[in-house]
Design a protein around this ligand. Structure first.
Ligand SMILES: *Cc1c(COP(=O)(O)O)cnc(C)c1O
Length: 378
């Protein structure tokens, strides 16, 4: 069976883990963590990068840093992973869902304005499949209404918008290094701080509400509990693993783009026949090949394509159940707009296996055969 995902290893992970072991320093914010921070800052151009346990943890930190209070509203897409909303619900915030654009499947920036109320605190654009949201209008609207912008860039490492790296555009950006993403550490993530005014508090929130980071820098002579916080920093073994991956970041993106383009070229003819729609990437968005998806004609067609591909030994997957129609989404959030595209596209989307080392010809052939059998007889 060709799996949906297999984590890519650079070969250097063990070398650095052995080094961390030999150093005998396993808690967070050691040598490897600092190296990862410096490299991320250089690659992304953010003022400050802080490793976290996950993108979920980075989003939770963002909710604390944005001072989300019970009843505050957070504008976001419904077509996303649960953590985008959960992080704010944990603080009593209310996710306010808006529909997505039919081309990129990203938050439709033209619908945000109508969703803003006096309770709105922040906008959370999610860069779906590593393709940027329309950040210039979103940032402009946020400035005009005094709102925070928190990028869910879980899928966006290595992507740019008008040449600017994702995660560097909002007040805060959140990356994921989960095993299913491009650059990985098993579980892992980072908070990117772009508003320098949030930097010191970000360190405090991440270090159990203490000013320990300032103490280690020699900025204060003792450390103590100064604010609300939790433990969001990973240990050195995770950072050592990630250090190997981050150094290969560009190469990983390049190799994934090769597979993405292979699928894209191979499916042009099927799109011309009207059997599917391929991903649309606007010219000013350089993506990172996080995902290759197609939109099939219907839910029934998707089910039958999946059945046929599995029978032929390939595992495609789909996602997401839109949050506005999920049990928790209905309880904690609300839809600010009709969810026409979210509802329709989430039923038709299919993701092909895309990982370094995947049998790209097998995946493409299996999909083309299944799609031809299903759509050719519609
Ligand atoms: C993967 C993902 C997350 C969660 O990332 P973790 O590192 O697993 O917490 C959040 N948002 C989006 C859009 C994701 O794809």
């Amino acid at each position: 069976m060709e799996p949906f995902n297999r984590p890519f290893m650079t070969g250097r992970e063990f070398v650095y883990i052995a080094e961390a072991y030999a150093n005998g320093m396993l808690a967070g914010d050691g040598t490897f963590t600092k190296q990862c921070h410096a490299l991320l800052q250089q690659q992304i151009g953010c003022a400050q990068a802080l490793l976290t346990h996950s993108c979920t943890a980075a989003l939770e930190m963002s909710a604390l840093l944005a001072d989300v209070q019970p009843g505050d509203e957070i504008v976001m897409p419904s077509y996303t992973f649960t953590s985008t909303a959960n992080a704010f619900v944990l603080r009593g915030g209310v996710p306010v869902f808006v529909d997505i654009r039919p081309d990129t499947l990203n938050l439709d920036e033209t619908l945000i304005e109508a969703a803003i109320t006096p309770r709105t605190k922040a906008i959370v654009p999610v860069h779906y499949a590593g393709v940027a949201c329309e950040m210039d209008p979103i940032l402009g609207m946020a400035r005009q209404h005094g709102l925070r912008v928190i990028e869910d860039a879980a899928q966006g490492y290595g992507s740019t918008y008008h040449g600017r790296p994702l995660g560097s555009l909002g007040d805060l950006g959140c990356l994921s290094f989960h095993e299913t993403k491009n650059v990985i550490s098993g579980e892992g993530g980072a908070l990117l701080v772009n508003d320098p005014a949030l930097g010191e508090r970000a360190e405090i929130v991440r270090e159990k509400g203490t000013n320990r980071s300032a103490f280690f820098r020699g900025a204060v002579d003792k450390y103590t509990w100064v604010d609300v916080g939790s433990s969001y920093l990973p240990g050195e073994l995770i950072a050592a693993f990630l250090w190997a991956q981050l150094q290969q970041g560009e190469d990983i993106t390049r190799r994934r783009l090769g597979i993405w383009q292979h699928y894209h070229d191979g499916l042009a003819a099927l799109e011309q026949r009207g059997w599917l729609r391929r991903p649309i990437v606007p010219p000013h968005c350089q993506h990172n090949a996080h995902m290759y998806y197609v939109l099939l004609p219907s839910l029934a067609a998707r089910q039958e394509v999946i059945r046929r591909m599995r029978a032929a030994g390939v595992s495609p997957v789909f996602h997401y159940v839109p949050l506005h129609s999920s049990p928790a989404g209905r309880r904690f959030g609300r839809a600010a707009t009709p969810m026409t595209h979210t509802d329709a596209l989430s039923e038709r989307l299919l993701r092909l296996p895309l990982w370094i080392g995947v049998d790209r010809d097998l995946v493409l052939r299996t999909f083309v055969d299944a799609c031809t059998a299903v759509c050719g007889s519609l």
